[in-house]
Design a protein around this ligand. Structure first.
Ligand code: PMP
Length: 407
């Protein structure tokens, strides 16, 4: 149980207070995207109402204010991840763009045909497809750590999969489809023992737990703001300074250069080298506000409340007959994927919506996980700290009503 006053917290999220089809909205689709507290919405709107200007280029007051706010948010992300320096924080559109950046700028120049990239069966498409593109470009091979029936990584042959040809291990910290928390710290240590760099996809981790890139000792860490209460279209890449320094730019354009002539362009220092063009300034400021908000609530409190919700929801679903939870790892973040016997997950989603309960149905951009279980899709309820026990009851009711309808 957590110390949070859920009613007070819910008052910070205006969107939660509405009816859908005559029922109070029960938003359980947080793994797809989270809702935004008023503090984040206000920070973005305050920026547009008072401070909007392009950054890094102007001597006028608004530009200075925008630049200061943008760079202050970078400092918050640095602190949020416990990175060493602001130079190690690159703003991107999200986790997807950050993974593509590392694939193309860090890994591609090192790759020869026959080299290997190691990912896992649990990955989101965002941590599969950029590597497949890279393999097509270079003749490298994609290798995949298998998974078990409980939805965990099968690490039996992990040591042997880390070979002298492995150029990167790219692995999700938390599975978006099943909620499994992977033992990434131990995996990073094993990879580093063989000098293999590691990228961690933290898209589903940062909303739920404290992340410390120094403690993890990863080389790259990526996440999206919109899953952690910030606007869409903004995220970040953490990279070790010496690695980022040695990497060529990912995109060319304004702001990432020191000087340009037709003969030669000199690239800017970190982090600007990787931030070509006018960035999503308002999004960055919103991300900073989201981090402030999470700190104010307390990340341990967030984790405790979500753990509590996950436990009671799991217990209540397990007590129902005809419902199977897909993914039963002992270490899970606040995600429950499930199947209702005899009902297609898409119908489950539609019937739930008729009762105001928003969940996700589909393959969750993790088709290999669905293939593993030989199912087309699951229904997925995913919780945030603003969800209440009453909403778990609404979820259980929705399952029972669906079963009645299909009986
Ligand atoms: N990785 C994981 C584990 C995810 O859950 C997601 C989003 N569903 C992504 C990467 C991609 O994030 P985005 O679409 O915000 O870039």
């Amino acid at each position: 149980m957590s110390n949070l006053n859920i009613n007070a917290i819910r008052a910070d999220f205006p969107i939660l207070h509405q009816e859908i089809n005559g029922y109070p909205l029960v938003y359980l689709d947080n793994a797809a995207t989270s809702q935004k507290p008023r503090q984040v919405i206000d920070a973005v709107s305050h920026y547009y109402l008072h401070d909007n200007a392009n950054i890094h280029r102007g001597v006028h007051k608004l530009s200075q204010r925008s630049t200061d706010m943008y760079e202050a948010a970078r400092g918050k992300v640095r602190q949020f991840l416990n990175a060493n320096s602001d130079k190690e924080i690159i703003f991107t559109r999200g986790a997807t763009e950050a993974i593509n950046l590392v694939a193309q700028s860090f890994v591609r120049p090192k790759l020869q045909a026959g080299d290997e990239i190691l990912i896992s069966h649990l990955e989101h498409h965002a941590n599969i497809v950029p590597w497949q593109i890279l393999c097509e470009q270079t003749g490298a091979k994609l290798k995949v750590i298998p998974m078990t029936q409980s939805g965990e990584l099968d690490l039996t042959d992990f040591d042997e999969m880390l070979t002298e040809r492995t150029r990167i291990l790219a692995i999700g910290q938390v599975s978006n489809a099943l909620g499994t928390i992977n033992p990434v710290k131990a995996m990073i240590a094993k990879s580093h023992a063989k000098d293999i760099p590691v990228l961690i996809d933290g898209a589903q981790a940062v909303p739920h737990m404290t992340v410390d890139v120094k403690d993890l000792d990863c080389d790259f860490y990526v996440f999206s703001g919109h899953k952690m209460f910030a606007p869409t279209g903004i995220g970040a890449l953490y990279g070790r300074e010496e690695l980022l320094n040695a990497m060529p730019p990912y995109q060319g354009g304004g702001d990432m250069i020191l000087s340009v002539s037709f003969e030669k362009t000199i690239y800017n220092e970190l982090p600007a080298k990787f931030e070509a063009g006018t960035p999503h300034i308002a999004g960055v400021i919103g991300l900073g506000a989201a981090i402030d908000y999470m700190w104010q609530i307390g990340i341990d409190n967030i984790a405790a409340q979500e753990h509590h919700l996950l436990e009671i929801a799991t217990r209540k679903i397990e007590a129902l007959s005809g419902v199977t939870i897909i993914g039963t790892a002992p270490e899970k973040a606040a995600v429950i994927s499930f199947m209702i016997e005899g009902v297609h997950p898409h119908d489950v989603g539609t019937i739930f919506d008729q009762q105001g309960v928003a969940i996700r149905t589909g393959h969750h951009c993790a088709q290999p996980v669905m293939e593993f279980y030989d199912i087309p899709a699951t229904a997925r309820a995913s919780f945030a700290f603003y969800n209440s026990e009453e909403e778990i009851d609404a979820l259980i009711n929705a399952i029972q009503k669906t079963q009645e309808l299909f009986a």
